[in-house]
Write a protein that binds this ligand. Structure first.
Ligand code: TXA
Ligand code: MG
Length: 310
């Protein structure tokens, strides 16, 4: 597959109804024209993604977003985080041009404006909202660089290369429903930051709200190796993923953040899991991560990666 060498080339691929991977500040997305059902179907086929799991629509600006969804005053308040790693699930605006396949037939739509210059330029150049899930085969780790996208899809997907992603975990998903706001997925915008924008607390959705964010399957983000969480040190047959001061060991080891910074750990999380996984180890022990700020998203991804496979 020949990769696009410019935003114009990537936009041309998308407008011809094909998929193209592109960088965002969170992870790489597998993009398609959200108004073209055949193009969107190609996303599901390429990823092996269940058809009932809806996609996030990426917009270049608030005007584009307001054509697709109804923004209440609460939603507008939260949209101040844009461009940024926040996805809002909102009521769809009647008559928008988004394919029903994107929303899996729901009457809501998930939208975000990514904070990445290439992503924004791509959406503007294509002149269409772009549907894009993370650019990994369904159930595998999300890619935070172009190389992982190429490996993940065996070179069958063109990739607009924008270097490594800054945030490293997917966007936070908030559903705005009347005067209720619930967090459907912890992500790269810390819940505390969204609460500051809103001036009030935001609850995490109950577990069975997995139905509200159908992609939140327990076993997701799976590496090949098995994971053991909250491990202070590795056993003799394990590699170790450290956080902060590391134990002394002769086992293979990577450190998410030697200085125990959660932003750095989020940025390194998938890349280091990919790297340890690719080295062929069968078991990875992971250090405890504090459950505050971005720690909520990191622990969520680790728990899914450690969950029994189905
Ligand atoms: O950071 C991100 O969000 C990345 C980049 C590429 O933008 N995208 C991403 O997409 O993580 P994906 O498909 O891996 O996750 C989207 C999640 C899924 O869990 C899906 O079920 C949920 O969003 N979702 C989409 N539309 C929804 C809706 N109308 N209501 C509830 N959940 C929805
Ligand atoms: Mg994903």
């Amino acid at each position: 597959m020949i990769d696009p060498q410019s935003v114009e080339e990537a936009a041309a691929i998308l407008l011809s109804g094909r998929v193209c991977a592109f960088p965002t500040e969170t992870v790489y997305g597998l993009g398609a024209d959200a108004t073209n059902s055949d193009a969107v179907l190609a996303i599901y086929e390429t990823k092996g993604r269940p058809r009932f799991n809806p996609l996030i629509v990426h917009c270049a600006n608030l005007d584009m977003a307001e054509n697709l969804a109804e923004f209440s005053p609460l939603a507008r308040q939260l949209a101040k985080a844009w461009p940024g790693p926040l996805t809002l699930v909102l009521p769809q605006r009647a008559g928008n041009k988004i394919s029903d396949i994107v929303t899996a037939g729901l009457d809501t739509i998930a939208i975000r404006i990514p904070d990445h210059p290439l992503a924004l330029e791509l959406i503007r150049t294509a002149g269409r909202p772009l549907a894009a899930p993370s650019a990994n085969p369904s159930g595998r780790l999300s890619p935070t660089n172009a190389y992982q996208v190429r490996i993940g899809f065996g070179g069958r997907v063109p990739v607009l290369d924008g270097g490594p992603c800054q945030a490293g975990v997917e966007s936070t998903i908030l559903k705005v429903d009347g005067d209720k706001v619930v967090q459907l997925r912890a992500g790269a915008l810390a819940r505390e930051e969204a609460e500051r924008l809103l001036g009030r607390r935001i609850e995490a959705a109950e577990h069975d709200a997995a139905i509200a964010a159908p992609g939140m399957l327990a076993s997701h983000y799976a590496p090949e190796a098995t994971l053991r969480l909250n491990a202070e040190a590795p056993f003799a047959d394990e590699a170790y993923l450290a956080f902060g001061p590391a134990p002394s060991t002769d086992r293979p080891m990577l450190n998410l953040s030697p200085t125990a910074r959660l932003h750095e750990a989020a940025r390194n999380l998938f890349a280091m899991l990919h790297e340890l996984d690719g080295s062929g180890v069968k078991r990875i022990a992971v250090a405890p991560i504090p459950e505050e700020g971005l720690g909520e998203a990191i622990n969520d991804r680790l728990q899914r990666a450690a969950a029994p496979r189905n």
